[in-house]
Design a protein around this ligand. Sequence first.
Ligand code: C2E
Ligand code: CA
Ligand code: CA
Ligand code: CA
Length: 283
Amino acid sequence: AYVAQESAIAIEKGMAYYTPARDPYSPERLTLVTELRHALEHNELALWYQPKRCLKSNEIVGVEALIRWPGRQPAVHADQLIALAEQSGLIRPLTRWVMEQALAARNVLLEAGLDLTVSINISPNNLRERDFPLFVQRLMTSHHQHRGRLILEVTETSMMQDPANSMRTLRSLDYAGIPLAIDDFGSGYSSLSYIKQLPACEVKIDRSLVTDLLTHTDDRIIVKTTIDMCHNLGYQVVAEGVEDEATTELLREMGCDMIQGYVLAKPQPLADLIAQLRPGDRD
Ligand code: C2E
Ligand code: CA
Ligand code: CA
Ligand code: CA
């Protein structure tokens, strides 16, 4: 049995943020769910974008969309917001909203002369929705999107709650030509049997394995082995959470295909990202 706990406002690095009560039926949590539903319905949530660089061409090849709740005090972090949405049934409309925004963003990028892939994060709950692949296909069509430019990111652990249904959804998406990325690889319970079965094109190595790459020999061995294994299985490899040039160079030597992380940019609003990627453009 869990101990019901009061919600608390924690202070970390000078920032106040929301810490959930363990009790899912606490008044605080119910209020927050109501607030989140309102924010979703009134378009008060936002997507911020973080670029992904190819280490071969040195070009920015894509962006990942990450959810934000601007103006919310105390701030609710992305993973917290997603957990709340998953527990309250809001993840279905939220993911649909995210997808529409991301596709619209891709068209804005195209108009700015930036033909980038857009990656979005999918919750395990979405993989259990029977109509999910159909929804994705319809949306792609209505936004006149080419296949292969919207990438769906899923974690391996998200498969494990309902492997049969999740796999069926992923196969349908794959059949429809929607590329899939395995997110957070190397965190939690990675399973080599899943990675082999998943119809993915990209594996994203978790930040926890990348952070201490320069100083930890063990991490270096694990990352190098993961890159080689993924290449042998036909996957492109992205290193997440790269924060400095030295780590970038090490990953390049290891044959890593792409990087994401603060070394390139923090997640930011679309207009800011476009301005950053097109520095020559004034007014
Ligand atoms: P994720 O998909 O693994 O996203 C990467 C997280 O790492 C993001 O946190 C990003 O801001 C952060 N990050 C990127 N580069 C660096 C770096 O160099 N250093 C450090 N320290 N952090 C870095 P964020 O935006 O707080 O998102 C947290 C998680 O929330 C995401 O992890 C994802 O699992 C989930 N999430 C975010 N947006 C969505 C969404 O629209 N839908 C779903 N289902 N999940 C989402
Ligand atoms: Ca992700
Ligand atoms: Ca990740
Ligand atoms: Ca994550």
